[in-house]
Design a protein around this ligand. Sequence first.
Ligand SMILES: Cc1cc2nc3c(=O)[nH]c(=O)nc-3n(C[C@H](O)[C@H](O)[C@H](O)COP(=O)(O)O)c2cc1C
Length: 210
Amino acid sequence: MMDTVKVLIPFYSRNGSTEALAKAIAEGAQSEGAEVTLRRCREVVSREVMTKAEGWIENADRMNTIYEAPTPTDAETADAIIFGSPTRFGAMSSELKAYIDSLGGLWFQGKLVGKVGSAFTSTSSVHGGNESTVISMYNPMAHLGLIIVPLGYADPSLFKAGTPYGASTVSGQENNPPTPDDIEVARFQGKRVAQVAHALKKVGETATKQ
Ligand SMILES: Cc1cc2nc3c(=O)[nH]c(=O)nc-3n(C[C@H](O)[C@H](O)[C@H](O)COP(=O)(O)O)c2cc1C
């Protein structure tokens, strides 16, 4: 019997919208029978710097009690990794990048080659860089040897929200949570990644039996 597919979702979120997408992606993957690990990347600045943005410390403390920080071992033991980050000037956040940089040792040993990779994001404005942020996460995925899974328009939800590159939401000036349409795309992403990881695992097991 084939092992359960393991999906790791390492994300960063300051105000909660990327977190909400991460939870919906987790639900989608779980609906396909995957075992999901949600992890929140930690801040790379001091608490003194965090006091300068309203609610940052409170939000970080809330999320950090729920989610452990991602580790390289989490990535090594996963079959699929779905990275999530709010946009920072059209690219991923330093906090997620710091985690990805910690995977250098695994990169050197080729340990992540052939695992499934996918990405999602949150922006404040409509054309504020959703797609470029997801693609900024594709770059290290290529170096790590992950098999990148985009969404295309493979589900009707993509005609209403998200991007063909990965799920997204626009939080606006008031930090609005994702819409039901955004959530539908995120659930689809979780399902799709779990399905692809499952199919790849099956091929791998058949190959080793021959
Ligand atoms: C330093 C910085 C840079 C940002 N750059 C952008 C940007 O380029 N485009 C955009 O739409 N929003 C930008 N934002 C806003 C956040 O990406 C946006 O509020 C996001 O939805 C927050 O996600 P979260 O709720 O998961 O923290 C930026 C925020 C910060 C703090």
